[in-house]
Write a protein that binds this ligand. Structure first.
Ligand SMILES: *Cc1c(COP(=O)(O)O)cnc(C)c1O
Length: 478
């Protein structure tokens, strides 16, 4: 019988005969193994999954599945239905391996947290906390006290407030000081950051009116001065982060703007973005101003993200004059933008690394940033050696650059080495797709038709998983 079917391989008769082998939905559903899945996943979901898999089987038959292959897949149907149902309810947020060399990669969740921060989260998450309880008086306390004492250590004489992210911090501060008033900002700073943070849009949503001054490439302090009137509420400075105007340019310094604002009784806010607490000079990176420098320039409030160069959880941090921060805190909007206990736990642990002077050792973002090129080369060599035979994959090591990313010193490139992967019979795009389909997914980049793996952004404990991914794509291709 089997012989007859295989010899008439592409005929409609054969196809019909093979189709008849596929059991009916009812038959499959009555199998005990399938039946028991209903108690976990529900009857409808089990029926739908079974129907989909049977349709796939029939399609495979029309595409030339052999009889043996068909029998094998029918035999494995119970298993496949269970697997499909489990897959459907799997968490959609999963760990991934970042082999792009872009350290603060917004699509990949920005900063990986330090061990200390992770430990703090699990400790706080497990039970009850003093989130809003004053342990001395036993009365209701404020969640805003958390992290503030550490931020005041890092920025002496300043107060701080933590909200959901930097966009929220900009929204809150403008709403507090410029609702139905004008915000004066240079045309050169009306930028879009990360695809969804558009300075003019946030500004308008805060209830403020935009008052653009200067031109795209040149804005002088006199431009700000002329724009100030009875309607003015805030002078805003935005760090352009992910773009740069080069050539014939001029801009007022933050000092000049802060001085002008204070003279005229206006609040001066700097959206600083990157949250750079340390000088990057020792890592031979371009000069990126620090938060302390922003504050020293005289602004009332400096705003930055928790999950960029600070290397902590997603958060927006406002640091500045006590009165200005308190006014923001009392704005009812602060209630809507507040952060939860897990964010405070991670943020406090992250800030503690800075307070104790251990940040470059403990914070993953700073460790990656400061890893010397030679160390990445050694890791890459060891990695390849441990991989052993790579079949048709051609691996090599070449000098290239990593990037900080995430709207911080965006054109700053860090010298690195990457492992290049070439498969003569597979386009680079297919390799990248296969790596992304692996579990855990590996995200790599393509340069000049070669796949690049930059170990700078790969945690050492992920190297085994990365090797497994490379071995699996080699098996797939062969
Ligand atoms: C990244 C960035 C933001 C947005 O920060 P989020 O924390 O993602 O909201 C705002 N302003 C500047 C200057 C930035 O670099």
């Amino acid at each position: 019988m089997s012989k007859r079917l295989t010899t008439t391989s592409s005929s409609p008769d054969r196809r019909k005969a093979l189709f008849r082998r596929v059991p009916s939905i009812e038959r499959i559903l009555s199998r005990p193994a399938i039946h028991s899945l209903a108690s976990t996943f529900g009857r409808q979901a089990v029926t739908d999954a079974t129907r989909t898999l049977c349709a796939e089987l029939k399609r495979a038959v029309t595409e030339g599945l052999t009889e043996e292959e068909l029998e094998e897949r029918i035999g494995a149907l119970d298993e496949a239905v269970g697997e499909k149902l489990r897959e459907e309810i799997r968490a959609s947020l999963r760990p991934a391996i970042n082999a792009t060399g872009i350290i603060v990669h917004t699509n990949l969740g920005r900063a990986p947290l330090s061990d200390r921060a992770v430990d703090a989260i699990s400790e706080i998450a497990r039970g009850y906390t003093n989130l809003e309880l004053d342990l001395e008086t036993g009365k209701r306390g404020s969640r805003h006290q958390h992290a503030s004492h550490l931020l005041s250590r890092l920025f002496p004489g300043k107060s701080a407030l933590v909200v959901n992210n930097a966009a929220a911090a900009v929204m809150l501060s403008l709403n507090t000081f410029a609702a139905s008033k004008e915000v004066v900002i240079s045309r050169g700073e009306l930028v879009e950051i990360g695809g969804s943070f558009r300075v003019p849009d946030i500004l308008v949503r805060s209830g403020a009116r935009l008052r653009e001054v200067g031109t795209t490439n040149k804005t002088r302090i006199a431009d700000y001065e002329q724009a100030i009137g009875p309607e003015t509420g805030v002078l805003l400075r935005v760090h352009p982060s992910n773009f740069r105007i080069v050539g014939f340019t001029e801009s007022a310094s933050t000092e000049e703007i802060a001085k002008l604002g204070r003279e005229r009784g206006l609040t001066v806010i700097e959206d600083f973005g990157s949250g750079n607490l340390l000088s990057l000079a020792p890592f031979s990176l371009p000069r990126e101003p620090t938060v302390a420098q922003s504050l020293a320039s005289g602004v009332h409030i400096s705003i930055f993200s928790g999950d960029k160069l600070l290397g902590g959880p997603q958060a927006g941090i406002l640091v500045g004059d006590h009165a200005a921060i308190e006014t923001c805190r009392k704005n009812p909007m602060a209630r809507a933008l507040r952060v939860d206990k897990l964010t405070y736990a991670a943020l406090e642990a992250t800030l503690l690394s800075f307070v104790e002077g251990k940040a470059t050792r403990e914070i993953p973002v700073l460790r990656m940033l400061s890893a010397p090129q030679s160390a990445i080369r050694k890791r890459s060599e060891r990695f390849i050696t441990a991989l052993g035979d790579t079949g048709q994959l051609e691996l090599a090591i070449e000098a290239t650059t990593s990037r900080i990313g995430g709207g911080a010193a965006v054109d700053a490139e860090i010298a690195t080495y990457a492992i290049t992967i070439v498969d003569p019979s597979t386009p680079a795009q297919n390799i990248v797709t296969a790596l992304r389909a692996h579990r855990p997914p590996v995200i790599a980049r393509i340069v000049d038709g070669r796949v690049l793996i930059d170990l700078r952004t790969v945690a050492e404990q992920d190297e085994d998983a990365l090797r497994a991914a490379l071995i699996s794509i080699q098996d797939d291709a062969s």
